[in-house]
Design a protein around this ligand. Structure first.
Ligand code: ZN
Length: 319
């Protein structure tokens, strides 16, 4: 069965300047290769998709993009450009590509309008937000217009890892723990928990948040979130684990290992786990082999590979 993958990246012209900051400590020869793959929408990308068993890739801009743009008008203008660029590229292989909008959360009302334009006019499937926007997290009331619109449109917001505002002192002197090893998990898991613990999903009960890396460790911690929320008198209509099960979906991006997917399936339910290869940052051969060899019931595999994403993104429905 051909899979749907939700966290597959590209770069748009003029966005290299934002992206390069995240690879400043990586070997230039390596990032040169990755850059070429990010910029390609043709044979190379389609061949990688075939290798990892992907029929449909939902493409998103490699972060952080305009999430770190200081000028709001520039951020809004650039995000729109990125979305128009992606829409043009998607037309090259319309059966294989879908899109997540890139949004300037600096102006959440404009971002909501841009999301609606992308979904209605460009047939996008939701949006990917690359972490905090200049230090503002997605639990901030200023972001409510965006949540409200995403809920009304019935599309997910996918929260992608990004550098924290300030590096945690606990990581001082441990370059090996930075970014994708652990720092981004701390940052992104915390960001998702801020959203849950803020009561945002009481306000927007049908909103959907997507997380990569099999949930940034959240599925493993459900009991503890519930237990400690009670201890500390957190005021929410439901338990934290209820929101995590009902409002959050997770993908396999960059986590090709059985134990965490087994945990995510058991903790969140088989309807909330989906496939992603995280191309071009992960090896498509490894991503595909992981899915091919997963010791799971074929019906569960079909849900992870295709059915859950098709339902969430309404793929296969007439537009
Ligand atoms: Zn990614």
């Amino acid at each position: 069965m051909k899979r749907i993958a939700l966290e597959e990246h590209f770069l748009a012209p003029e966005f290299e300047q934002y992206w390069l900051k995240t690879v400043e400590d990586v070997d230039p020869a390596l990032y040169g290769q990755v850059l070429a793959r990010l910029n390609d929408f043709g044979e190379q990308r389609l061949a990688a998709m075939d290798t990892s068993g992907i029929g449909i890739a939902v493409l998103s801009l490699a972060g952080p993009g305009v999430q770190i743009e200081r000028d709001t008008a520039t951020a809004t203008r650039m995000a729109r450009k990125a979305n128009d660029f992606l829409a043009t590229q998607m037309q090259k292989s319309p059966a294989r590509y879908r899109g997540f909008a890139h949004l300037a959360v600096q102006d959440a009302k404009a971002a909501a309008d841009e999301l609606e334009r992308c979904v209605r006019d460009l047939t996008f499937s939701g949006a990917m937000i690359n972490g905090h926007t200049n230090g503002q997290y997605l639990d901030h009331p200023d972001t409510y217009p965006l949540w409200e619109r995403a809920e009304a449109l019935g599309v997910p917001l996918y929260l992608h890892p990004a550098d924290p505002v300030t590096p945690a002192p606990a990581l001082d002197g441990h370059r090996g723990l930075k970014r994708a090893t652990w720092e981004w998990t701390m940052e992104t898991g915390t960001h998702a928990l801020r959203i849950v613990f803020s009561g945002l999903f009481d306000r927007f009960p049908r909103a959907k948040l997507a997380l990569g890396h099999l949930g940034e460790t959240l599925p493993y911690q459900l009991w503890r979130f519930d237990s400690r929320a009670k201890l500390y008198g957190v005021k929410l209509k439901k338990r934290p684990s209820d929101y995590i099960r009902e409002n959050i979906v997770v993908t396999t991006s960059g986590m090709f290992s059985f134990e965490p997917i087994d945990c995510a399936l058991k903790a969140l339910g088989r309807e909330n786990v989906m496939y992603s290869a995280d191309y071009p940052f992960e090896n498509p051969v490894e991503a595909g082999a992981f899915m091919d060899e997963l010791p799971l019931d074929p019906h569960v595999l079909a849900d992870i590979s295709y059915n859950n994403a098709a339902r969430l993104l309404r793929i296969g429905e007439p537009s």
